[in-house]
Design a binder for this molecule. Structure first.
Ligand SMILES: Cc1ncc(CN)c(N)n1
Length: 229
């Protein structure tokens, strides 16, 4: 079994919890609260900015032209393509995309970004890819699972969102990241593989937490606390 297949197997319980999370399942049913969607977009816009910066760290640590091109293309994908699912959500809630940009991150998103930054800045390329991989992988499988579970049509307001992530092109790019990680793992020490495993597992947990953060409109603890006299 490949290294990334092992990672997927070890974290299957988290993938299943993500597929059954009420926000994710609500996308399949075409029924998610507008507040939760707005909270998600505000955090995800900043999350994807940070994701591009982390790809930039990967790019700056690459010496081969092919690896530089890889990170460059991944940044382009976020800039040019991954705005579409955000637009699908904004259209549904009737809010301009620009109006949901530039907000401070809620605790979970803040933690997730710093977790990936930490591995990218202090770890190997394998560790960096291990921390990044759950992002495309969980969304690819969400798209595939929701397609299968609900067989959505254009009647579903999130049809384009589901189609975007379940698309074979997302499967191909996820496989490319997996192949890169598998190649690095083949020559990694046991100690490095353990670090990759930990980075991957925490990112899976934080993917689940990100859905919960959006669903509950998570805020920093002091927000809304009224001082009792
Ligand atoms: C938190 C999160 N994880 C994954 C994705 C899909 N790239 C996303 N847009 N946001």
């Amino acid at each position: 079994m490949s290294f990334t297949n092992q990672l997927r197997k070890e974290n299957d319980h988290i993938f299943q919890l993500i597929f059954d999370h009420p926000f994710v399942d609500g996308i399949g049913k075409g029924d998610v609260s507008k507040e939760a969607i707005a909270h998600y977009i505000k955090a995800d816009f900043e999350y994807l900015n940070a994701f591009m910066q982390i790809y930039g760290i990967g790019l700056s640590k690459s010496s081969k032209r092919e690896d530089i091109a890889y990170f460059f293309q991944r940044i382009q994908f976020i800039l040019n393509d991954e705005v579409h699912p955000h637009h699908t959500f904004c259209h549904y809630i009737g809010v301009n995309y620009e109006d949901l940009q530039g907000y401070p991150l809620p605790p979970t998103a803040d933690h997730y970004i710093k977790h990936m930054m930490y591995h990218a800045q202090t770890g190997t390329m394998g560790e960096t890819l291990g921390a990044l991989l759950p992002c495309p992988w969980t969304y690819l499988e969400i798209g595939q699972v929701l397609m299968e579970r609900y067989q959505p049509t254009e009647e579903n307001p999130f049809y384009e969102w589901i189609r975007f992530y379940g698309d074979p092109s997302v499967e191909a790019s996820t496989m490319e990241m997996r192949n890169r990680l598998d190649a690095l793992a083949a020559s990694a020490s046991t100690e490095e593989k353990d670090k990759i495993r930990e980075a991957f597992q925490k990112s899976c947990e934080l993917e689940l937490a990100f859905w919960e953060m959006s669903y509950t409109c998570e805020e920093w603890p002091s927000k809304g606390l009224v001082k009792k006299l």
